[in-house]
Ligand binder design. Structure first.
Ligand code: ZN
Length: 317
């Protein structure tokens, strides 16, 4: 029988503060520091009680450029301004996209060495990578997305070969373009990315207009949808009820936009709401999204509360 109400993370975690002093050191020291940072992040998650871990994405500066820098055909232009005063290095596709070297397999392999717990590997999906880049090579956006999906598929095959058993595609861009045509493109891209990948899979979609994703999103070829529910006071659970949701559910139940730490009782109540929609064996609880923007002690406390709440509900169902 499958375990009830499992606890996990979406991906990122606050980096240890000393990691920012790494800009002028040699590669060997940098690599040692990244490994120590991962050890610290993993230890935090283990102490908090998280059952399915990731490495906190300490090596990834940003979820688009990290991949673009490692895939042939991309260049990174300077910083582009988004959301007020936030800047990010926007990639551009300037040539045929090619798979040149592993993107995240090394992250997985190191984590496998240092923890016995289960691991979930988050990989930014082709739809989002193209959506957040300039396309100066392919005749259409769609063509670029499918070309990139094939490259992500190569990486996922390597991950499976390295014995990864749980892969999460991150597609935050999907909730900002939710016309039927766009959802169809994203669905085809997911199919291409997961072709021949016979392990457990999820798709994480950041908060946005979930109404327009349903019910089409339930036809995506993944085992689990991982969505942000705390963001709008869990009201989006109604959507799942309306469409008789029957996939596994990644239930975001911790607000990542506030430093206020939820009480155990609040999270227990939230998990009970989710259990009105899915069986406990199909429920995975996690924070709404990556935790990297929170202070580290706050992120740790939020995870600990989440795990305690999950345990309490698990013991009572
Ligand atoms: Zn998210």
């Amino acid at each position: 029988m499958r375990q009830k109400i499992r606890t996990t993370v979406v991906g990122s975690y606050p980096k240890p503060s000393w990691l920012k002093y790494l800009s002028n050191v040699d590669e060997k020291i940098k690599e040692d520091a990244f490994k120590d940072a991962v050890r610290a992040v993993v230890k935090d998650q283990e102490i908090a009680g998280v059952e399915i871990l990731w490495d906190g994405e300490v090596r990834r500066e940003e979820m688009t450029s990290y991949f673009a820098e490692r895939i042939g055909g991309f260049v990174i232009y300077g910083e582009v301004r988004v959301w007020g005063n936030t800047y990010y290095p926007k990639p551009a596709i300037v040539d045929e996209l090619t798979y040149e070297k592993p993107l995240v397999v090394h992250e997985f392999e190191f984590l496998r060495e240092i923890t016995d717990r289960e691991i979930k590997v988050p990989v930014t999906g082709a739809y989002t990578l193209v959506d957040w880049s300039f396309n100066e090579y392919y005749t259409s956006r769609e063509e670029a997305i499918y070309a990139l999906a094939k490259i992500i598929n190569e990486e996922l095959k390597k991950l499976v070969k390295a014995k990864a058993s749980f892969i999460q595609l991150d597609e935050p861009a999907l909730s900002t373009h939710s016309s039927a045509d766009e959802i169809e493109i994203a669905k085809n891209a997911v199919e291409e990315m997961l072709r021949g990948i016979n392990v457990y899979t999820a798709i994480h979609i950041c908060y946005g207009n979930y109404e327009r994703l349903f019910p089409h999103i339930m036809e995506f070829n993944v085992d689990q949808l991982d969505l942000e529910f705390a963001n709008r006071g869990f009201s989006d659970l109604e959507l799942l009820k309306e469409y008789s949701y029957d996939m596994d559910l990644g239930f975001g139940c911790i607000d990542v936009h506030t430093s206020r730490v939820e009480s155990v009782e609040e999270v227990v109540n939230a998990i009970k709401l989710a259990l009105e929609v899915v069986e406990p064996e199909k429920l995975y609880v996690d924070p709404d999204c990556g935790l990297k923007l929170l202070p580290r002690d706050v992120a740790f406390k939020k995870l600990r509360v989440m795990c305690e709440a999950a345990k309490m509900v698990r013991d009572s169902v």
